[in-house]
Design a protein around this ligand. Structure first.
Ligand SMILES: Cc1ncc(C[n+]2csc(CCOP(=O)(O)OP(=O)(O)O)c2C)c(N)n1
Ligand SMILES: [Mg+2]
Length: 639
């Protein structure tokens, strides 16, 4: 197709490329920089081709691989098995790289693209950069409706890719080639902005991907995107200091922002100087080593007794790099001191303002350093420190019990976590996202380093774990990467094992088989719904309900069929032996272990708001509703 380029400014050096080729060349030459360290912004492109991208972006990636232009850098292509999975892998990569590097993801039009929406939502909610490149319907509209086109009689401008809008921090559609220039530049700005980052979506119509244009060479020059560390405004810092200096029982909550900002040393120095205890969220665990005397562990609905006791009493809560999810606030029941006040340090004003806080818009590291300096010789009283130490010691005992339960006949999953916590090195990475595991892990896991604990709990997306293991391994090739998956999660998205194997990557997958949803089953029971629909059972012909025998699946065999080595173990002793063999192996290995559906899990010390039917014929639901109303009484706004 010839393209009208008469509007192009003349007199500049230009190169004729398709939109796909231009995008590949552009992406290959983007860099990020923070603290003087520069790296490639894009590690590569995950993709699955269809008619929407095979001859456009696909051709461009091929040309980049086999016949790059002089000086053109490589943009490596990875063939994933499922579009949702590839976005998860991309997000995990970027998270492991503290958001300084990312992946692009290309998919065909229609289902290939909409399969990426879940991953895009996860990225945006977790504030992790990923460049999403859905293919789109013809800009010319000549062959409409193309295979897989949604036709909206109200507007011919709508395609399924409009569904990316609410889950993207930046969204654009390139209907003619030169639109790519401002769009690509805008996309890079958002990807590398710690406050703005998330899914960035550039929709690429099938015809436009293959259209040629005379691009100014300047578009392809090396560009370095500086990842900012905004410093606190002095007046905001002074207000924060005034609140903290008056605190008798302060508690700091470390969120994922502390880790992305590489603020662990600053946080530790803050805790050393002030003695203020530090609790963590799912995204923030490991920001301070569990061995530090100020570290009190997970807080909130799945937090531990020590952190939750301190949260309940705290007169000042200092939230750093946290978005205060309902799991952190125990659905607004965690902070019970009537006079509690909040000070929030966050790079995003939206988060800094939560809970009517004294807000300090700042990078976590810069903010903690400034706060430590400005607090001078402020220090919590010894009586408070002793109370903190006592609570932490008591919880350490509970953790040891959970890790060594000797549950019979099936092991409790907490015993598996105990073995892993002990066997995994400080630089290894444990990954999990959904099921009953995140709760146990947040309460129990002892993290010594900021990158060891990788819990995706913003979207808590079943199926994240296995592709995420691939992303983390690509980002940290020297680390052992261990994905913990439930049988439910495994059945949702196991297929990236094939990608992991084909990339010669080695990860370890731990599959906890309990024939259903321990998590939602327990939740269902506690809310009066009798574990309905949460067990994988055969439909019984007599009852016509799903309450027959276990479904005769061979999940271990399924992993084998994707190319993984598999160990099937029955006891924690066997699990330990299998882990050591898996760690010593160069091949991706899945360890399959049956665990007790009913726990026991760590004792829960906080609530989670899941509404119960206000009217019911079932006695179990009526009871649960009474309990629900009781718990609701503790819920409050922080005004
Ligand atoms: C994609 C997705 N669908 C549904 C849910 C809701 N959900 C949360 S945990 C869970 C069950 C997980 O089962 P499994 O992986 O076996 O873990 P277990 O609960 O047994 O520990 C479900 C359905 C979710 N988090 N993500
Ligand atoms: Mg399960």
């Amino acid at each position: 197709m010839s393209k009208d380029t008469t509007n192009a400014p003349v007199g500049q050096d230009r190169v004729r490329l398709t939109v796909g080729q231009a995008l590949v060349r552009f992406l290959a030459n983007q860099y990020s920089e923070r603290d003087g360290q520069e790296q490639k912004l894009f590690a590569g492109v995950f993709g699955i081709f269809g008619h929407g991208n095979v001859a456009g972006l696909g051709q461009a990636l091929l040309q980049n691989e086999v016949e790059p232009a002089q000086g053109e850098d490589r943009l490596k292509y990875y063939l994933a098995r499922n579009e949702q999975g590839m976005v998860h892998a991309a997000v995990s990569y970027a998270r492991t790289k503290n958001r300084l590097q990312a992946f692009a993801c290309t998919a065909s039009i229609g289902p290939g693209s909409t399969n990426m929406i879940t991953g895009a939502a996860l990225a945006t909610i977790d504030r992790v950069p990923v460049l999403i490149l859905p293919s789109d319907i013809f800009a010319t509209r000549l062959p409409d409706p193309v295979l897989q086109q949604l036709e909206d009689p109200r507007s011919l401008d709508i395609s399924v890719n409009d569904a990316f809008k609410p889950v993207s921090r930046f969204w654009d559609r390139i209907n003619r080639p030169e639109q790519l220039i401002p769009s690509a530049l805008g996309a890079m700005r958002v990807l590398t902005d710690p406050a703005e980052t998330g899914a960035v979506t550039i929709c690429l119509p099938q015809d436009v991907q293959a259209e040629a244009y005379d691009w100014p060479l300047e578009f392809f020059r090396k560009r370095v995107w500086h990842v900012a560390r905004p410093v606190p405004e002095p007046a905001a810092l002074a207000r924060a200091v005034a609140v903290i200096a008056s605190a008798k029982k302060p508690l700091l909550i470390a969120g994922g922002g502390v880790i992305y900002s590489e603020a662990s040393a600053a946080l530790t120095a803050f805790a050393d100087a002030t003695g203020i205890p530090v609790a963590d969220t799912q995204a923030g665990k490991g920001a301070i080593s569990f061995e530090h005397p100020a570290s009190v562990g997970g807080v909130g609905s799945t937090g531990n007794d020590a952190a939750n006791a301190l949260a309940a009493e705290a007169d000042v809560v200092i939230g750093v790099g946290t978005r205060y999810s309902d799991f952190t606030t125990a659905s607004h029941t965690a902070f019970r001191n009537p006079g509690v006040r909040f000070v929030n340090l966050n790079v995003l004003a939206f988060d800094a303002a939560k809970n009517s806080a004294e807000m300090v818009v700042t990078d976590a590291r810069a903010g903690l350093e400034a706060l430590t300096a400005a607090l001078g010789d402020y220090r919590v009283q010894d009586t408070y420190s002793h109370r903190v130490a006592g609570l932490v010691a008591a919880w350490a005992k509970v953790t040891d019990e959970c890790f060594h339960r000797n549950n019979r006949p099936l092991p409790a999953q907490t015993e598996v976590f105990g073995a892993l916590n002990e066997l995994m090195g400080d630089d290894d990475i444990v990954i999990n996202a959904a099921g009953s595991m995140p709760g146990d892990l947040q309460a129990l896991w002892r993290a010594r380093t900021p990158k060891q604990y990788h819990l995706e709990y913003g979207y808590s997306c079943m199926g994240y774990e296995i592709p995420a293991a691939m992303g983390a391994k690509l980002a940290a090739p020297d680390s052992e990467v261990v994905a913990i998956v439930g049988d439910g999660t495994y059945q949702m998205l196991p297929q990236e094992i094939a990608t992991i194997v084909s990339e010669n990557l080695k990860v370890i997958i731990v599959l906890l088989q309990n024939h259903g949803f321990a998590s939602i089953g327990g939740l269902s029971e506690s809310r009066g719904s009798q574990r309905f629909g949460t067990n994988y059972r055969m439909r019984d012909n007599d009852s016509d309900r799903l309450d027959g025998a276990h479904v005769p699946l061979d999940l271990a065999g399924s992993a084998r069929s994707f190319g993984a080595d598999v160990f099937e173990v029955h006891t924690i002793g066997e699990f330990r032996d299998a882990y050591k063999l898996a760690a010593a192996s160069t091949r991706t290995t899945l360890i399959y272990i049956e665990t007790d559906l009913y726990g026991p899990n760590p004792p829960a010390s906080a609530w989670w708001d899941v509404p119960v039917s206000q009217t019911a014929r079932l006695e179990s639901t009526q009871q649960a509703h009474i309990e629900y109303l009781q718990n609701k009484k503790d819920q409050r706004h922080h005004l």
